[in-house]
Write a protein that binds this ligand. Sequence first.
Ligand code: ATP
Length: 436
Amino acid sequence: MADSKVSLDTISSLAKRRGFIFQSSEIYGGLASCWDFGPLGVELKDSVKDLWWKHVVRMRDDVVGMDSSILMHPDVWVASGHVGEFHDLLVDCLNCRARVRQDHLVNGKCPRCGGSEFTEPQRFQLMFKTQAGSTDTGKLDVWLRPETCQGIFVDFKLVQSVSRTKVPFGIAQIGKSFRNEVTTKSFIFRSREFEQMEMEFFVKPDTADEWYEHWREQRWNWYLNALGVKEENLRMEEHEQKNLAHYAKAAVDVIYNFPFGWQEIEGIHNRTDFDLKAHMEQSGKDLQYHDQETNEKYIPWVIETSAGVERSCLVAMIDAYDEDEIGGEKRTVMRFRPEVAPVKVAVFPLQKKAELQEVAKSLYMELKSQWSAQYDVSGNIGRRYRRQDEIGTPYCVTVDFETLDDKAVTIRERDTTEQVRIGLDNVKEWLFERLQ
Ligand code: ATP
């Protein structure tokens, strides 16, 4: 495959066929831009989230985690600027009637028909609104959060005091966000309900530039070394000063070479003191940081890293997809890094015989307590390997008749298809070295 890019159709049909991702409410005709993650999808998602948490929170001693509520006081979204600013400008093409985002026109032309005449742009609020409480007690209009970071900003003081952290430090959160997106194509790339992995790093204002550089590098390395993305498919795209969001001093997007072009997978921003200042003004509460050593009081500046779980999963799938030939037979293989793969190990008894199944089942149960694993007895061994290759399982363990005598099994590696013979007692340790 090497150079030819996989199509989005190939990825989405594999995702459906093998239980990664389905259209939401499919039996009712589906709901645009809403997706369900199946048995393998949820494992993939968990691996991605776990890898992010491991590198952004667990392996550092200057970042703590939290999980804030999706529904928040409506004033949060006034302070953040979302009630006033969070909208798309939409135009209708006078030729084909398509409704498009004004910033999605291609050189001023309709992306569907190439027409160049449009209606006046209309504002379209991207936040979903709902109501909290019953009519008896009085209803309150609330929004489904369009980003997770505001939960971090409003709890900044609480988290800082309970965890006794000192600036510079970060607060991280993974959670659902909702946006009433106008464009509803490109599979899970742009969903109306999605998960974000966000980290807000609070710093002394005069150190913000250094920390911005630090996090750029950290996040770039995460995509390469943790998610395992090929470097040629990854770029950093700096925002020009004139295109910066209302809250940002500097911003860079990590962009990926999708089948539909280079698109954002993560934003890294220097948000200055915009958010804490805005929440101080709106709430009337003092959110300044008190530096005990210098006895200084100030509003920290914030470096934000904001990534999407679904976009990372899509990137992992596209980047891992490959086709090759094994012994003259074509195979589809997902070359996920072992830590990313939804299934880490599969166990097969060579035949359906009870004595083989007994050993294989017991090994499977042992491995399953540690990693996501599959057990497969159906079809010949070649077919079983192909099924695991297609979902990216890095290791397959086969129990054969010799196992009954030598108490050893064959482990086959996905990418090279090489096989090694390992003692039954050593399988867990062998895998442990390769899966951590
Ligand atoms: P875009 O320009 O693609 O709409 P954005 O600049 O609005 O994205 P941010 O607000 O910076 O995105 O959100 C941070 C991250 O959250 C994005 O890089 C992306 O990974 C994820 N994200 C944002 N919107 C969506 C969405 N509708 N569906 C899936 N992921 C999303």
